[in-house]
Design a binder for this molecule. Sequence first.
Ligand SMILES: [Zn+2]
Length: 355
Amino acid sequence: MSELASETRKAGNWSTKKKDDAPRGVRRHPSGVWAIRYVCGAGHVHKEKVGPLKTDAIAGYYESRQRARHENGWCPLVERGQAKERVRADRERERRRVTFRAYAEQYIAWAKLHHRGAKTEEGRVNAMARAFGDAKLDAITSADVERFLDGLLAKRSRSTANRYRTTLHAMLNRAIRHGYLSANPVKGTTKFKEAEGRTLYLTPDEEIAVRDQLAPEATVTGRSSLDTRRGDLRPLFSVSIHTGLRWTEQRRLLWRDVDFLTGLLAVRQSKSGHARQVPMNSVVRSLLFDLAGQRQRPDDPEESVFRCPYGQPRTASSRRPWSERRKPSGMRGRMQAGSTGTPGTATGIRSPAGS
Ligand SMILES: [Zn+2]
């Protein structure tokens, strides 16, 4: 359509007299249509065919002259190049767009390698993948996120909905880092107000009930190894009641973590992934003193504080109501009540975190 006029043609031995009955810059092209000739903002001479109507050609000529004069460095070739580049970039972006479901899959795989709580996260991500499904990641709006979170409230607590929100936020931030997304739609939503601390207490009655079940007369079977094992649960329970430690934290406690001088227990890797210190109260202190007196390897700082022959308590899938459990064996699941919480909740036992 257009080409740059070469210097030599201008210098040619041509008549400068206009052959067409047309204003400056407009002429009839040998193909029959009207054409224009003008100098762009970059100083090139451009020749373009316009069409069968002379008025269109005249209008085109003046428009090009105007732009050349007022838009600094305007050149239709450069402009066309930019438009092409834009189209290419749009296509590239379209090609890179992923669905929520596809991204969720890669996110879970990545989280398994890098996050301590990947299992819980996987459950949440899967639920979100069911909700957002094949929507393109970058098409998800704050309103969509809000609808999803509000929907959770039908069956879940506000705290849980907030955990979902946090997961989604982190997930989409990673998508931004990977170029799938330019802004995080979760930012446009607000957290639900949560009750302060998600605390589940054992009432004094419940505490007594558990202690009764652990009492020597309740657990005695006449089989000495079994009786010893059950006896070991008593200090475990009392310490959990007075410190609010999680089951796993308590099981992992070694004698080197116990500092009678400062009165602190060092909890090395708690659920959050950070170490923390938990103060001992007088009950915990005297219990641990007793346990210290019964140590099998008093010189070994790596000896566990609690002799605990039991494994991880069974969880949700095997959870039965308290009343249906056989007395002593029911203890196992119940100890999970002690799996938990922030320090200093005397007799407070927090619910297992998360949903
Ligand atoms: Zn030009």
